[in-house]
Structures are given as C-alpha cells and as structure tokens.
Design a protein around this ligand. Sequence first.
Ligand SMILES: [Zn+2]
Length: 249
Amino acid sequence: MNVFSAAISFAPGLALGSFLNVVAARLPLKRSIVRPRSACMHCEKEIEWYDNLPLVSYALLRGRCRHCSAHIPLVYPAVELVTALLVAGCVLAFGPTVEAAIAAFFCCVLVAVSAIDAQHRIIPNRIVLPATAVVLVANTLRTLSPQWAIAALAASGFLFVAALAYPAGMGMGDVKLALLMGAALGRSVPVALMLGMFAAVVPGIYLIAKHGNAGRKMGVPFGPFLALGSVVALFWGGSILHAYLSTFH
Ligand SMILES: [Zn+2]
C-alpha cells in the first residue's frame, strides 16, 4: 500500500522540486516567485511549458537551452530528482498520513535552504522562520507533546554556543535552521546535529589539506550538511538513537 502511494507521490514531488528551483533562484534576489515565467539565464528567452517539464525536458534538451544552447546547470534536475525521492520516501516511510505531509514539507524546505546556502552562503529567515512555525504547530497538534518545542530550543541553543565558539564555521542562519530541525525531528534532532557536523568535517579537512592554513579560513556552507543529517535522522533517527543508547546498557 505504501509502495503504491509512494510511487504516485513521485510526480507531484518532481513538480514541487521544479517550484523549489524557482524559489532558490529568485528568493535570494528578492524577486517574485510567481511571475514572470522562467527564462533562460543566458539568452533570457522565456521557457515554454514543454521545455520546463521536470527531469524530462532536461533529458530531451540534453541539458542545453533550446534557443542559445547554453548549458542548463545540473543543479536544476538534481533538485527535482532529490525532492521527488524525498517526498516519495516520506510517503513510503510514514504512509499516506499527516506525519508524511509534515515530513515532506520539512524535506522541501531543507532542499531549498541547501540550494540557497550552497550558492549564496545565506539561510533566508523568510523561509526558515515561517516553516518552523508551521512544523512546530503541526507536530504539537499531531502528538500533543512539548518535545518539538523543547527540541527546537535545545538544538538552536546548542548551535548558538557552537557558533560563538567557532564563528568562522557557523552563522546565525544555521542557528535558526536548528530551530526548524528540532521542531521537525523532536528527540531525534541530536542525531541530525551530530551527523551534520561529522559530514561537514570531511570537506573541511579536504580544504585544509589542499590550501593549508588558508583552507582553514575558507569555511564550508554548513546548511547542506545539517540538511543531510536531518534527512538521515528523519528516516532512521529512531533506530540510530536506540542503537546508540542500548550500547550503554
Ligand atoms: Zn538560452
């Protein structure tokens, strides 16, 4: 049953991914996400609907604009595919439920935030703060438990202290993203924070190895790693936490 629902949710997931591309491209530039229609970044010609189908158009056009043959950045189909897989994954893991809807919404926000942070090194308040409010209210109503609010405050408090101790690595955007992570993940949020920090160490070490001391100052946008940790914690946080805690018994 869940497999069937998940397969059906893949197509709307692709459409959502397409929308997230628009959000990620326009929101940091403070442009409307509704109008005008999408245009080629290079020749500025409007993209017709049949050239704007998620994944399909990229494949048919072989990754180039129909008019000027400029390369379409690979990040566009990647965002569409990742979003669709995450949405379908939420339905597969949680069934066609409110929990799945909240989880899918959380995943969409993570994709948009990662795309923006990777390109612009910012995590926009205009996405993270309203999303946190929505997820916190929805999860609290769903379970009637204070764990979501507590996890949100604890996770952002933890990253706030980390940002004070290591200002080059983290910003206040990451602290606010942790609010959202706590509201969405509840008691699994430590798993997301730990995995995110471990994952971010890998490119950090690579930069230091490649550029020496200068690499230490380059820093890596932290948002995508927190997002990666969040996705793992969303699907497997309960079992990871359980495995971790049971090693002490
Ligand atoms: Zn073009």
